[in-house]
Design a protein around this ligand. Structure first.
Ligand code: F0G
Length: 381
């Protein structure tokens, strides 16, 4: 006989800190509650004394952190009577929108850049029954179109400009504090639209002690009168560090980038939607932005898979690529507790993973004992 309480998703778990009422019909797939894994081999190899964790967001129901925001956004869209949702996406948002729309019994329209989203994400959007509209343009063009079309059609935008998205996503910070007993010293994230770094800061800020009702200037949800604060769990907030792909790094350039490009297609974004908010996070937390080359990103992805058994998609590995560099240089000092968010699962992008293994080709042999034995012994030489 089970004596446990079934986990039914982050809205139920953090109900008193989210914008839902007792009557709200919650649209959930059991998202959240993802593992916080302490890295052992990689951390040791830096030669520095740091406690390094990854928050494995790829283990959400559709394989990315987007599920946290999508459960909240779709729950509210349905509550408000919406019959259709729409988003522009580099892939993960479209997968999450498609799945939660299916669950809710409403329609999802997703605009994706033709040829520039990873195979797994496309498969998800299609199999969940979303109306997939490929555009001959990038994410930024798609986002512009979504905003325009939503003025002319009865559809709810579920990109992170929908404030309920960030409300759902802030729960990742709650989970980390609940598990560690306090906030980490540094929190490192890959940055595209900068919604997630903003959401994390909102979460950490709501959990920390404040004298005023405005817990952070980065939250546009309640106009400075936070109804979810006031129950401090910790007196500390982390330094927030955002890493971008070098070919798509508007926060490093200090201006929008018109033709972003990177192997990390999830963060191939030149016009971040949460630009102002992310700069506020940067200032309030005393953090910084930095950039990683595609080669550094792929090397970090490989390191995580081969040394820690953790498979994330390229964009996610950007957080670890940047953090390792800053730990080695001492910018993140010894003695720190560091959390890196791994935003999406590696299975999302099998093509890039297989391409990463070009120098270790598969062995193909006859289906005979001698041949298999020779292959094994040859490898062990
Ligand atoms: N990592 C992954 C795997 C993502 O899919 C995204 C964003 C990010 C990081 C960046 O997060 O935009 O909040 O700074 N993906 C969006 C999408 C754009 O359409 O799936 P952000």
């Amino acid at each position: 006989m089970s004596t446990g309480t079934r986990y039914t998703g982050l809205i139920e778990h953090y109900r008193d800190r989210l914008p839902v009422s007792a009557d709200t019909r919650v649209i959930s797939l059991g998202e959240g509650n993802t593992p916080l894994v302490r890295l052992e081999n990689i951390a040791r190899e830096t030669g520095k004394e740091v406690e390094l964790y990854i928050k494995y967001e790829g283990l959400n129901p559709t394989g990315s952190f987007k599920d946290r925001g999508m459960t909240m956004a779709v729950t509210r869209a349905v509550e408000e009577g919406s019959r259709a949702i729409i988003c522009a996406s580099t892939g993960n948002t479209s997968a999450a929108a498609a799945a939660y729309a299916a669950r809710a019994g409403i329609t999802a329209f997703v605009l994706i850049p033709e040829g520039k989203i990873a195979l797994g994400k496309l498969a998800q959007a299609m199999i969940h029954g979303a109306v997939v509209i490929q555009i001959r343009g990038n994410f930024d063009a798609g986002m512009r179109l979504v905003k325009e079309v939503a003025e002319h059609a009865p559809v709810t935008i579920v990109n992170s400009i929908n404030p309920y998205r960030l409300q759902g996503q802030k729960t990742a910070a709650f989970e980390i504090v609940d598990e560690l007993g306090c906030a980490p010293d540094y929190h490192c994230l890959p940055v595209g639209n900068a919604g997630n770094i903003t959401a994390h800061w909102i979460g950490y800020s709501e959990y920390a002690h404040h004298e005023s009702a405005c817990v952070t200037g980065a939250c546009a949800f309640c106009g400075g009168n936070c109804q979810f604060a006031g129950k401090a769990v910790t007196d500390k907030r982390p330094v927030m560090v955002g890493y971008q792909a070098a070919g798509a790094a508007p926060f490093l350039r200090g201006a929008m980038v018109d033709n972003p490009d990177t192997v990390a297609t999830a963060i191939r974004i030149g016009h971040p939607q949460s630009w102002e908010q992310a700069w506020t996070v940067n200032k309030e937390s005393g953090g910084w932005f930095d950039e990683c080359t595609d080669a550094e990103i792929l090397a970090a992805q490989k390191l995580l898979t081969s040394r820690e058994g953790i498979f994330c998609e390229p964009a996610s590995a950007t957080s670890v690529a940047g953090a390792l560099r800053d730990i080695k240089s001492g910018k993140i000092p010894e003695g720190s507790t560091v959390v890196c968010t791994l935003t999406g699962h590696g299975l999302k992008d099998p093509d890039t993973a297989i391409r990463q293994c070009d120098d270790e080709p598969m062995l193909t042999v006859d289906a005979e004992l001698e041949a298999v034995k020779a292959a094994i012994l040859g490898t062990m030489d």
